[in-house]
Write a protein that binds this ligand. Sequence first.
Ligand code: G16
Length: 531
Amino acid sequence: MLLNNLNDYAKKYPNKRPDIHQQYGTAGFRNKADTLFHVTFRTGILAALRSRSTGGIIGVMITASHNPEQDNGLKIIEPDGSMLIQTWEKLATKIANVPDDKLEQCVADLISELNINLENTMAKVYLARDTRKSSPPLSMALIDGIKACQGEYKDFGLLTTPQLHYIVRCANSDGHYGVPSEQGYYEKLSQAFLRLTTKQRKLHLIVDCANGVGADKMKLLAPYLKEKITFDLVNIGDGILNLGCGADFVKVNQRQPDSIELKPNQHYASFDGDADRIVFYYRNDRDGKFHLLDGDKIAVLVAKFLQQLLNESGLNEIQMIVVQTAYANGNSTKYIRDTIQLTSDCVPTGVKHLHHRALQSEIGIYFEANGHGTILFSENVQKQIQQQRSNENAKKLLHFIDLVNQTVGDAISDMLIVEAILDNLNLTIDEWDSFYQDLPNKLLKVAVKDRNVITTTDAERKCVEPNGLQEAIDKVVAEFGQQARSFIRPSGTEDVVRIYTEAQTKELADKLARKVGNLVYDYADGIGSKF
Ligand code: G16
């Protein structure tokens, strides 16, 4: 058997907290970093097995993305650069929770159940990490797991999550998708951006890097783009990761990071800790206020641009869909359906669900309101566009496709996409913002004893358990007028229940959120004080 003294390795990583159930959730494993050493070691084993089972290179990213510095996590990447398939998520959870003394047997059982031939297959895992203090020691545990399974590994050190997704896809596609290196990534994106944008105007963007890995990566990217766009980088590691800054902070609090003073007519963007999400914002001259352009606004901008280019290239028959989640602002969905007349669909939270749905269309634009998303083009569509490449607009579409990281939501790629579209359409940020007006909304979280007592259906828009909670929510929502809406869902990345509300005014949305929050508190054993 090609398991390399698994038990000896495993002794270095005992499960010190068997009381904690580690679950491969919305975006992989997430927990306090000090509870994750055995999980990381076992993920190394699983990734090596997945590599043997698929015959491809597997990626593992060590990050807890938008969560606090003391958390960490693991995201496993399939050979095509997408997220781990769902059947293996269950295996990841199983292997992470098996008692120490049953680990070897569990691995042996998996090998036989999955028919993995250890003799004739090779295991290769690419790994990278974010800037958390716990990430380097966790990467050692991951490497030991890979070695215990006689796997090979390549450690890319610090990368953004989408960069690792990109490199894994490139490495598995014989260079068809691009050069499998960080430099290859910068070169592909910057070339596409420079080809897609005009020579006339110079652009400038202020980027809040959330004190995360995006800061170093933006410094490396900037020189490639300086003839067209320059950047001022803030929150580059001088403060605490994701604290008072970053995409999640800006989206949830609907204000700029504390460290930023908004200047008129200036574009601002915030990444999250591993740079897979982005939101834009600016100060509107007319009302002097902060305006947020989130994932919904990005999706609409992309949809309009692609629609225009497809029409002008004579490719208007191509089917295009926008995929959203229940968090999508009601007015964005209305705009997509009524004004630009595209199909929109709603799926559960987590990019893996959006990605899956987007793949079913010829062009699938997917963005979560939190700024996580990308655009997928089927092979067939790419061929059709290629055939039209003598047409200037089709040429633009090809550059656009090169600018997109089709593996997963990517803050850097999405940042360039937005700036390139605004430049092409000659739109100010204010004009983009005025496509539609967001319905006032509120995001709130409630800590409960066990978030798993909440179950949902209808793409998370209806709560099934605890019994009676949905009826109680419906009753409260009905008191807040026709435009009011609310849903609740257990978080997949932290121990809380999330509440979302929309209403005619901000005050009403806030008040409704507090009321629904208190219902969750009552029905699901809330912790701490009520709202
Ligand atoms: C992860 C997923 C996102 C999802 C978010 C939801 O984000 O990648 O697709 O929207 O979790 O988190 P929760 O389930 O806690 O609401 P990230 O940026 O942390 O990887």
